[in-house]
Every structure is written in C-alpha cells, then in structure tokens.
Design a protein around this ligand. Structure first.
Ligand code: ADP
Ligand code: MG
Length: 262
C-alpha cells in the first residue's frame, strides 16, 4: 500500500481534481484505491457523488478517535475506488485536538489497520490549501507527496516553499517522506507562459516532474457538478485521457522505485 498526499499550499491548483481523477484512473488500470478527503470543504466527496446525506461517518470522526477508518469508508460508483468523506466539522479538528499528544499522528495511527489488511494498493489524501494540522497529519501519514502545479507565473516560488515544508516534516514527524512527483496541471498550449513555466519547472526539478501534462479542459471542470469524475463524465476528453496516462506513469515509476529499493 502506497500512501500519497496530494499537497500544495496554494488553492485552485488542481489538488482535488487530481485526487479524484488520478484516483479514478488508477482504479481503471486495476489498482485498489482509497481516496481520503481531508479538506473541510468536501470537494472530493461532492465530486465523487457522495452527497451530504451519505456522509454519516466522516474523517472528522476518525481523527477524533470516535470511529475506526473502516466505518468511514463509502463505496463510490466505481469498482476499485472507495472514499473517506469530509464534512465542515473537519475544520474544528485543529481546535478540538488542542495540544493533545500525537495530535499530528491521528491519521497515521488511523491508517495502520489498512496497511495490515492490504485491501488497497494506493491511498490518496486530498488536502486543504494551507499548512494546517490537517495537512500536517496527512504528511505525517504518507509515504510520499504528489504535487499538482498549475502552469502560472509564481509556480516555481510556491514549489520551493512546499519543498521547504517537506524538509521540515522530514526533520520532525516523518523522516521517510518522499516526493512522488510533480504534475503540471491546467496546461494551456496556446499560452506561451504555460510552456515557459513547464520548461523552468523541469529545469529545476528534472525527473521529479511527470512527462504527462494535464491540459486545461472544460470537461474536467464541468464533471464535479454532476458528481462524477471526468473519466466517467467524458472518458474521451483530453483531460480524462491525460489522467489515464498519468496513472500509467505513476504505476510504472512505482514499479521501478520498488525494484530499486528491493
Ligand atoms: P484545489 O483542490 O487545488 O483547490 P481544484 O482541483 O479544486 O484545485 O481546481 C480548481 C479549479 O480549477 C476547479 O474549478 C477545477 O474544476 C478547475 N480545474 C482543475 N483542473 C482543471 C483542468 N485540467 N482543466 C480545467 N479546469 C480545471
Ligand atoms: Mg481542493
């Protein structure tokens, strides 16, 4: 089981879109995926068609120690893709956990039984756009960080800041935290800035950046309002095809990484 946190402290860069569609695409190529919605806005839950009424037990209950994670798991319409939903209560976790010991390890502890059960091959955690206790819990619980990066002017600066945060987490909470990869999102071929940013980011981060680039595509942005991943809403659109290609790249790289580690 590989636990990946989808993180970037900037909002609107494609974290949730990537969590939903990469999760769907990984399930489509045969992986067993659990998506954990760790954003009180619950966009990943809504985008997967899990409405408020279906969110009886949520990540909030799990982090507060009131439920085990298995009880919070809901099946989505897609075989191979399950969800732990979020609701607005989740924003209270920071205050409610206060200075409790292990407050940063609530998610890691909660995920432990899943590792033992071996039911999932990938766990994707969708984070809020800030470096709060929820993001810290996600980073402490994860094997690696997957970074969606929007092709815009300040992208590189944001990325440098995120890398510093990852260093901090390694030094304190999770020495094994790796960088799984950087994925360029909302790429616009007609915009020369997109191309320039992509080149700069590849120049700085080399192999860490996936070859697959996610294009800006209206079908991708329409899909959540139908409670469907883009891959279900319109499999043929360029965005869906890009996420499928990304999933294959993630799986191949993961296989190589394992071979090297063995
Ligand atoms: P984050 O979770 O980082 O805040 P989102 O995934 O919610 O970002 O994306 C922000 C906005 O951009 C959303 O309205 C989403 O639908 C849109 N979006 C994300 N990726 C794409 C894409 N590839 N093409 C078009 N719109 C996109
Ligand atoms: Mg989001």
């Amino acid at each position: 089981m590989r636990i990946l946190v989808v993180a970037n402290q900037k909002g609107g860069v494609g974290k949730t879109t990537t969590a939903i569609n990469l999760g769907t695409a990984l399930a489509a190529v045969g992986e067993k995926v659990l998506l954990i919605d760790s954003d009180p806005q619950g966009n990943a839950s809504t985008g997967l068609g899990v409405g408020r009424a279906q969110r009886k037990t949520t990540l909030y209950d799990v982090l507060m120690g009131e439920s085990v994670i298995a009880d919070a798991v809901v099946k989505t319409e897609l075989p191979g893709l399950d969800l732990v939903p979020a609701d607005p209560d989740l924003s209270g976790v920071e205050l409610e956990l206060g200075q409790q010991a292990r407050r940063s390890f609530k998610l890691r502890d909660a995920l432990e039984p899943l590792r033992a059960a071996g039911e999932y091959t990938y766990v994707l955690i969708d984070c809020p756009p800030s470096l709060n206790l929820l993001t810290v819990n996600a980073m402490a619980a994860s094997d690696a960080v997957l970074v969606p990066l929007q092709c815009e002017f300040f992208a590189l600066e944001g990325l440098t800041q995120l890398m510093r945060t990852i260093e901090l987490v390694r030094g304190s909470l999770n020495p094994h935290l790796e960088i799984q990869g950087v994925v360029l999102t909302m790429y616009d071929r007609r915009n020369s800035l997109s191309e320039q940013v992509a080149r700069d980011v590849r120049g700085h981060f080399g192999e860490t950046v996936y070859n697959t680039v996610i294009p800006r595509n209206v079908r991708v942005s329409e899909a959540p309002s139908f409670g469907k991943p883009a891959l279900v809403y319109d499999l043929k659109c360029a965005g869906s095809q890009a996420y499928l290609k990304l999933a294959r790249e993630v799986v191949v790289r993961e296989r190589d990484r394992r071979a090297k580690a063995a």
